[in-house]
Design a protein around this ligand. Structure first.
Ligand code: PEP
Ligand code: MN
Length: 338
């Protein structure tokens, strides 16, 4: 870290900060300018105590970080792309994953017909929420255990892998018994105790970006999972909240490009929550592939007008088929296998 002292600090004030820097385990290297002194604190910022508290000294003007706060998540720690292997389905490092299915699991007929349709169109992973995080407590909250049973059924019949959301630490074991990938939703993106419990399950984790979460915070949330021994994390951009009202959220494709630069983890894009409009989903899928996303998670419903959640953003079977055909050349052009 770099500690910048105020101009014309006395030698005793400078010495006081130098002593504190060594006390905290760093090697202090002062650089004296004509009016100002800067102290480079040499040591690993991620394992030593944070020096930001030094700002409390009146003679300290600012404290600057040099290293990234995330270590295991960063590309510096692992230059090559991580490939997450979900029971034979590879994601990342040139393997493009197509995940699709309804927002919520609603019935056997709804889930199974969707599973068959998305599989026929080329998806390898079935999405569907059994536990739904709804803004209003009066809205459909998901079928819970029955939803998991239906996901299990769909998995057995189609062989598709399952990604489904886990809302609480209490449910991790139960959801992990069915899911191949645990989804951490935007509302729980920084629920660190939940992240740790999910990490311990050993399952792959689809980590959504929170709706007002900075990229650094998103990568640090992934760091929690990696630091708890689970390397199988899929970052998922799903749109952030902005001032715009034409879309539900603003899909941040720049964040996808940044996450790919900063981290070795695969990055998945959710265009459905990302814009909240079925008519934009295809265009955003193409955009996601063009910025090198490693996969897509798309909401598909047999009859979106009758959906119990997020009807406005779900595409029907025909639109999904069209979508897959329209992204194929983009996937091939970016040198990936779908
Ligand atoms: C969902 O995938 O249906 C969902 C609720 O996602 P998010 O957490 O991104 O809002
Ligand atoms: Mn949804």
């Amino acid at each position: 870290m770099i500690i910048v002292l105020r101009p014309h600090s006395s030698q005793s004030a400078i010495d006081e900060v130098i002593a504190e820097v060594s006390k905290l385990g760093y090697e202090p290297a002062p650089i004296h300018g004509a009016t100002q002194t800067v102290i480079a604190a040499i040591g690993d910022e991620r394992t030593h105590q944070n020096l930001e508290s030094l700002s409390a000294f009146p003679q300290v003007e600012s404290v600057l970080r040099v290293q990234k706060r995330y270590k295991l998540t960063s590309r510096e720690s692992r230059p090559n792309d991580t490939i997450v292997d979900v029971d034979g389905v590879k994601i990342g490092g040139g393997h493009f994953a197509l995940m699709a299915g309804p927002c919520s699991v609603e019935s056997e007929e709804q889930l199974l017909s969707t599973a068959r349709a998305v599989k026929a169109a080329g998806a390898t992973i079935l999405r569907g929420g059994a536990y739904k995080p709804r803004t209003s407590p009066y809205e459909f909250q998901g079928l819970g255990k029955e939803g998991l049973r239906l996901l299990e059924l769909a998995k057995r019949e189609t062989g598709l892998k399952i990604v489904t959301e886990v809302l609480s630490e209490r449910d991790v074991e139960r959801v992990a018994a069915t899911a191949d990938i645990l989804q951490i939703g935007a509302r729980n993106a920084q629920n660190y105790q939940l992240l740790i419990e999910c990490a311990k399950s050993g399952k792959a984790i689809l980590l959504k970006r929170g709706m007002s979460e900075r990229i650094e915070e998103w990568l640090l949330a992934a760091e929690y999972i990696l630091a708890h021994g689970n390397p199988n994390v899929l970052l998922c951009e799903r749109g952030i909240r902005t001032f715009e009202t034409y879309t539900r959220n603003t899909l941040d494709l720049a964040a996808v490009a940044i996450a790919k630069k900063e981290s070795h983890l695969p990055v998945i894009v959710d265009p459905s929550q990302g814009c909240g409009r079925s008519d934009l989903v295809i265009a955003l899928c193409r955009g996601a592939v063009a910025v090198d996303a490693d996969g897509l998670i798309i909401e598909v419903h047999p009859n979106p007008a009758e959906a119990m959640s997020d009807g406005q953003q779900q595409v029907d079977f025909a639109a999904f088929e069209e979508l897959v055909a329209s992204i194929q050349p983009f996937v091939a052009a970016t040198g990936r296998k779908m």
